[in-house]
Design a protein around this ligand. Structure first.
Ligand SMILES: N[C@@H](CCC(=O)N[C@@H](CS)C(=O)NCC(=O)O)C(=O)O
Length: 213
């Protein structure tokens, strides 16, 4: 992973338009780094998106990965591409029922949970409910995760899989809305799981600040 200026970049290397704090971009960067894929990275400003990105992906969201003529502008597609083209000898094999469980969790995360999380994060913009009520709406998913983590270190088994990588950046956001509340909560398994992921070398690597910002 290498931060480069627009003009400086190598044309042949995969190139990721990214935003450091975006949870979707985090999961994409983690999958690429975990797969030992070399790529250049362009840290964008969400307020002033580069024309080079908009011209290949007009919807204007990050992450966007360009590999020669191929453009992937959905984080899960980028992850899939990274694991398919992995240069790591680490096995990502999951049984089909585990695959199904992982996909279901990600679907809930990216759908209903993400909507409730946004209301909790920006509770001042949604005064129809109190901050606590917005937080309570999120519990349904935390309860699912806490239950899954009852007997395993990670969501699918004792190894970190794409399910953990896809979901934890959003749970980290949930934690950061009210860290004191979270630390005192009964979500003990989730707290342990989150610590493992946040303290991992992989996460530290993808959160390095670009030198130009
Ligand atoms: N479904 C997309 C969602 C990506 C997304 O919404 N990214 C946010 C940043 S976290 C974004 O780029 N928003 C556009 C904006 O804020 O202008 C994906 O999985 O890649």
């Amino acid at each position: 992973m290498n931060y480069v200026e627009q003009l400086n970049r190598s044309k042949s290397k995969p190139y990721l338009f990214s935003y450091r704090r975006c949870p979707y971009a985090m999961r994409a960067r983690m999958a690429l780094v975990e797969s030992k894929i070399e790529f250049d990275i362009y840290e964008i400003s969400l307020r002033s998106k580069p024309q080079e990105m908009l011209s290949i992906s007009p919807k204007g969201t990050v992450p966007v990965l360009r590999v020669n003529e191929l453009v992937l502008d959905e984080s899960l597609e980028i992850m899939k591409w990274a694991y398919k083209n992995s240069k790591s000898n680490q096995s990502n094999f999951l049984e089909s029922d585990q695959q199904t469980a992982a996909k279901k969790l990600i679907e809930i995360n990216d759908g209903k949970f993400k909507d409730f999380l946004d209301c909790y994060k920006y509770f001042e913009r949604y005064p129809n409910k109190s901050k606590q009520e917005h937080r309570e709406n999120c519990y349904f998913f935390l309860d699912i995760l806490e239950k899954r983590l009852k007997d395993t270190l990670f969501l699918i088994n004792d190894e970190r899989t794409f399910a953990d990588i896809s979901i934890f950046p959003f749970i980290r956001q949930f934690m950061n809305v009210d860290k004191v509340w979270f630390d005192e909560s009964d979500y003990t398994k989730i707290k342990k799981w989150l610590t493992l992921l946040v303290d991992s070398d992989l996460f530290k690597k993808i959160m390095v600040k670009p030198s130009c910002s």
